[in-house]
Design a binder for this molecule. Structure first.
Ligand code: FES
Length: 97
């Protein structure tokens, strides 16, 4: 399966590179950028980064990234919206009393 179409990287190569990085320096974050560098290529569009993070994490290699994954960011937004709705209901209840 091709994971990164810009550099024609397969899932097998990406996972192997991530495992190699993790073994060599377990205290350092395994990021998509480091994985691509390990494979001797550069990120071009970076669309594959989210998929690489997910696949590498599923393979059991710990991945950390400075920015939240899209799904987590959407969850945070949903929680913020719920909190604002609760505050608005509290304000309406206080005004009615
Ligand atoms: S798909 Fe990986 S850099 Fe574009």
């Amino acid at each position: 399966m091709i994971v990164c179409s810009c550099n024609v990287l397969t899932k097998t190569r990406v996972i192997a590179a991530a495992e190699s990085l993790s073994r060599r320096d377990p205290a350092r974050a395994v990021t998509p950028g480091r994985i691509l560098k390990e494979l001797g290529v550069k990120a071009q569009c970076a669309i594959c980064f989210s998929l690489i993070r997910t696949m590498v994490a599923e393979a059991g290699v710990q991945v950390t990234c400075p920015e939240p994954l899209a799904s987590e960011a959407q969850d945070d937004e949903a929680q913020d919206d719920e909190a604002q709705d609760d505050e608005a209901q509290d304000d309406e209840a206080a005004a009615a009393e």
